[in-house]
Write a protein that binds this ligand. Structure first.
Ligand code: ZN
Length: 243
C-alpha cells in the first residue's frame, strides 16, 4: 500500500483539536505520521498531547515552546503572555514528558523528507519564514525534495524553481519533480490565518500529492480548559478568531 503521511504540528497543548485531527487522519487512511514540533505551550493539556504524539511513535522535531518548556532557560525572548504559559507548562509537565521534549532533535530526515520546526538556516534560532526571502535562505540548506515545517501557524507552500523562491496557498497540489518544496503545515492547536479550524497536511510520496486539511473541532471545549486551568483569557479568545 502506498504511504499517506499525516504531517502535523503546533499542537500547543490543545487536546480537543489534536484528537479531532488524529481521528480525521485515521479516517483519511494515514499510514504514517510526522510531527513538526511545538507539542506544548499556550493551551491546557501539555501532558495529554505529549502522550498522544509519543503513542504514534513518529518522527518529531523540537519546537521553541517544547524547548523552553523542557529546559530551564531565560524567557527574555518571549512575549509576557507566552512566558506566562511556558512557566505554567513547566510546572505541569511530567518528568517523562519533559525528558522526551528535551530529547527531540532540531531537524530530522525521514525517508527522504526533511523536518524542522522553524527554518533550516540555524534551526535553533527559531527564525520565521513569512516571506519568500526567508524561505530562500532555508532552501540553501535543504538537500531533499520536500521539507515540512511549522512555527508561523500559517499554512503555505514555498517552492524553489530555477534558484528563485515563491509561494502558493493551495488546498491541494501535486509537487513537481525538479523543484524543491518548503511546506508549512499550519497549526493544529492555534491557527493564525483567521480560520479557527485545525490545520494539517496529508502527503502521498508515491504520487507527490499534498492535501491541506482544515478540520472544525470543539473550540468551546478547548477554551473552557484554558480558563479552568487559570491561563490568560486572551489564549481562550484567540482560538475562536484563529489569530
Ligand atoms: Zn508554535
Amino acid at each position: 500500500m502506498d504511504k499517506k503521511i499525516a504531517v502535523l504540528g503546533d499542537i500547543h497543548a490543545n487536546l480537543d483539536a489534536l484528537e479531532t485531527v488524529l481521528a480525521d487522519a485515521r479516517a483519511q487512511g494515514a499510514t504514517d505520521y510526522i510531527c513538526v514540533g511545538d507539542v506544548v505551550g499556550y493551551n491546557a493539556c501539555p501532558n495529554e498531547c505529549c502522550d498522544r504524539i509519543r503513542a504514534l511513535g513518529c518522527v518529531t522535531v523540537q519546537g521553541n515552546h517544547d524547548h523552553y518548556c523542557a529546559f530551564d532557560e531565560s524567557l527574555d525572548d518571549f512575549t509576557p503572555l507566552a512566558a506566562t504559559v511556558v512557566d505554567w507548562t513547566r510546572r505541569q509537565l511530567s518528568s517523562e514528558n519533559a525528558d522526551w521534549l528535551r530529547s527531540l532533535p532540531y531537524t530530522a530526515l525521514v525517508k527522504g523528507i526533511t523536518v524542522v520546526h522553524a527554518t533550516l538556516d540555524m534551526p535553533e534560532h527559531w527564525g520565521y519564514a513569512f516571506e519568500d526571502f526567508d524561505a530562500q535562505s532555508s532552501f540553501s540548506y535543504q538537500n531533499t525534495f520536500v521539507c515540512f515545517h511549522g512555527h508561523t501557524h500559517v499554512p503555505v507552500v514555498f517552492r524553489l524553481h530555477n534558484g528563485e523562491a515563491d509561494h502558493v496557498r493551495p488546498e491541494s497540489i501535486r509537487l513537481e519533480p525538479g523543484r524543491k518544496y518548503f511546506i508549512n503545515v499550519g497549526s493544529v492547536g492555534q491557527p493564525r490565518d483567521s480560520i479557527p479550524d485545525a490545520s494539517y497536511c496529508l502527503y502521498s510520496p508515491a504520487t507527490r500529492e499534498l492535501v491541506f486539511r482544515r478540520i472544525p473541532y470543539d473550540v468551546a471545549a478547548a477554551q473552557r480548559r484554558v480558563l479552568d486551568a487559570g491561563l490568560p483569557e486572551h489564549l481562550a479568545l484567540r482560538l475562536a478568531k484563529g489569530r
